[in-house]
Design a protein around this ligand. Structure first.
Ligand SMILES: Cc1ncc(COP(=O)(O)O)c(C=O)c1O
Length: 405
């Protein structure tokens, strides 16, 4: 006898409560997926509207997902919902990239005459948006040392400061922002770029932050095969952002959103393994006199190690270190590794090394590089999923290659 067709997901109707985040990462974002276990990709850019009234309703609904895909799409909205659930947020919206998400937050929530406070330790693209584009739109930006909790509140201009924009851990030196202290500042909206933290490593909204955003191109996607961003927060704020986002047009592709959903399913094991390997490599590098400083929030030597323990569940696979020999040593190191590849990104299965001064932060002036703590010999490593012994041997061989020059 043929099986009965199953047209609904066979999960229990009411999901059990009190689940660990790793379990939520497996269960979430399946509302529009029928009985399929893998993400169903709905590539349609447009959908048949049943009546004029229904069309009018959907054209103005921030949650419509079968109207026109720049407004919303079933696969994309499933991905956004999954992130919202993991972040403990009411709502989320996915974007074509992390920068698409950041631009939508800043330009969607701020107007000419508004003021933004951001930290100096930022991903280079975010810094250029704030420094270059914002002033052209009449938005003033003050940069502060994000590690100094008092500097954030001191920079607030009552009645004018619309946003506080933090990034923690920050690219590339893994400086942390005290989320609880930031969340307590009254007035402006508090936004955290939590890309390095990932939704399983930390939950900014639990500390009073209004919006948590990610470049899902990184650990969430997790395989270097999607370009994706996402913002999570209250329904009200997400509705505001939606109003700008449908005009901005940086909506996520359903193909990338499916990659984001697939990535979320394995994020827990990947993040745990990458954290362990990063800590192990960090300790190895700390013991090597060719390395001046090693940064990882999980290492006891990190100046904000205690803060990491208070606000992070897992400290992640990013590791930053300074080579004693400056630019020559930095270039030689990244060109000598055989397993670790020289490429700009992070959070994937391959261990990647970058030289921030000449890549991710190449647009910064020398004094800005110094303020961000990026030296000529600074290396950022995104630890992957290879065997940790192989990666360790590769790193030591590349250090030897510097000496051999
Ligand atoms: C912390 C952080 N935020 C945002 C971005 C931008 O993300 P995307 O490249 O997906 O636009 C990056 C990219 O490296 C990043 O590292």
């Amino acid at each position: 006898m043929a099986n009965e067709p199953v047209d609904d997901l066979t999960l229990p109707e009411a999901a059990p409560t009190g689940l660990a985040p790793e379990t939520t990462a497996i269960l979430a974002g399946r509302t529009r997926n029928g009985a399929a276990l893998a993400p169903t990709i709905v590539p349609s850019s447009t959908f048949v509207v049943p009546t004029v009234d229904e069309g009018r309703r959907m054209a103005t609904s921030t949650t419509a997902d079968v109207f026109y895909s720049r407004y919303g799409n079933p696969t994309v909205n499933d991905f956004a919902d999954a992130v919202a659930e993991l972040e403990g947020a009411e709502a989320a919206r996915a974007f074509a990239s992390g920068m698409g998400a950041i631009a939508a937050v800043v330009l969607g929530l701020c107007s000419s005459g508004d003021h933004v406070v951001a930290q100096r330790q930022l991903y280079g693209g975010t810094q250029l948006l704030l420094q270059g584009a914002c002033p052209r739109f009449g938005i003033d930006v003050t940069f502060v040392d994000g590690t100094d909790a008092g500097a954030w509140s001191d920079a607030v201009r009552p009645g004018r400061t619309m946003l506080l924009l933090a990034e923690t851990p920050a690219n590339p030196r893994l400086d942390l922002v005290d989320l609880e202290a930031l969340g307590r500042i009254p007035g402006p909206m508090k936004v955290v770029d939590s890309t390095f933290g990932t939704p399983l490593g930390q939950r900014p909204l639990d500390f009073g932050i209004d919006l948590s955003l990610h470049s899902a191109t990184k650990a969430i996607g997790g395989h270097n095969d999607v370009t994706l961003g996402v913002v999570a927060g209250s329904r009200e704020l997400l509705d505001w952002i939606w109003g700008f986002a449908v005009l901005q047009g940086a909506n996520a592709s359903p193909f990338d959103a499916a990659g984001g959903l697939r990535g979320l399913r394995t994020l827990g094991v990947r993040l745990r393994r990458q954290t362990d390997t990063a800590l192990r490599l960090g300790r190895l590098l700390e013991a090597d006199d060719r390395v001046a400083e090693v940064r990882h929030p999980g290492l006891a030597s990190h100046p904000q190690h205690d803060l990491a323990a208070r606000q992070m569940r897992l400290t992640g696979g990013l590791l930053t270190f300074d080579l004693v020999g400056g630019l020559a040593a930095g270039s030689r190191f990244v060109e000598s590794t055989r397993i670790c590849r020289l490429a700009t990104s992070l959070g994937g299965p391959e261990t990647l090394v970058t030289h921030p001064a000449s890549t991710t932060h190449v647009g910064l002036l020398p004094d800005e590089l110094e303020q961000a703590g990026i030296g000529a010999g600074t290396i950022r490593m995104s630890v992957g999923l290879e065997d940790p012994d192989d990666v360790a041997r590769d790193v030591l061989a590349a250090l030897d290659a510097i000496d051999a020059r």
